[in-house]
Design a protein around this ligand. Structure first.
Ligand code: URA
Length: 195
């Protein structure tokens, strides 16, 4: 296992994922982002392109971020596990635990104001309890990650909005709240010059 704090260059801890992946998909975004979004695992497009959330879920995420005044480039985006599971199945408990040191090291290095967990897998991974994501979306819980107590905000997964349109508002609202906690990092500063 070779890694700097943000990126894993090599890892063979999960034999099934080593077989199913094309590459390790590391997080993207500023190394000092105020918001870190944690998804589940790379899908087919992410595995092909080597970047989280570049498929259909990524398009939804980008739209919601933009609507909240956040450009994708100002947030850090990563996943619970960095390798694509076979047939896009959920990562197992063992795989989540194998990948956890990578995630903790990334969170530690970025030191964000808020961590947003996109869906059940990352929410349960970081909160270490079962989570009813739809009911709990927008709630913030303080949890120890590594040596530090951090604010984790539960959020629905962007893909959930494809199956249930009513989830879209929940997703949007949660991202707006996360942006506010983080001090609206890409707040519309430029408009000040227009007056
Ligand atoms: N879904 C995720 O949870 N992560 C990705 O990177 C893409 C889709």
């Amino acid at each position: 296992m070779a890694q700097d704090d943000l990126a894993v260059a090599e890892c063979t801890r999960c034999s099934e994922l080593v077989d199913s992946r094309t590459r390790i998909v590391n997080g993207v975004g500023p190394a000092d982002a105020e918001i870190i979004l944690v998804g589940e695992a790379p899908g087919e497009r992410e595995d092909a392109e080597g970047e989280p959330f570049v498929g259909r879920s990524g398009e939804i995420l980008n739209d919601v971020l933009r609507d909240a005044g956040l450009d994708r480039t100002v947030v850090r985006i990563t996943n619970t596990v960095r390798c694509r599971p076979p047939d896009n199945r959920d990562p197992t408990a063992e795989e989540r635990s194998n990948c956890r040191p990578h995630l903790d090291a990334e969170i530690d290095a970025v030191d964000p104001s808020v961590i947003v967990t996109l869906g059940k897998v990352p929410s349960e991974n970081l909160l270490e309890r079962s989570v009813a994501v739809t009911n709990e979306a927008g709630t913030v819980e303080s949890v120890s990650i590594g040596e530090t107590v951090r604010d984790v905000m539960v959020c629905v997964h962007p893909a959930a909005t494809l199956y249930d349109r009513s989830q879209r508002g929940t997703l949007e609202q949660t991202i707006v709240e996360a942006a506010a906690i983080a001090g609206n990092p890409s707040g519309d500063q430029t408009s000040l010059g227009e007056f």
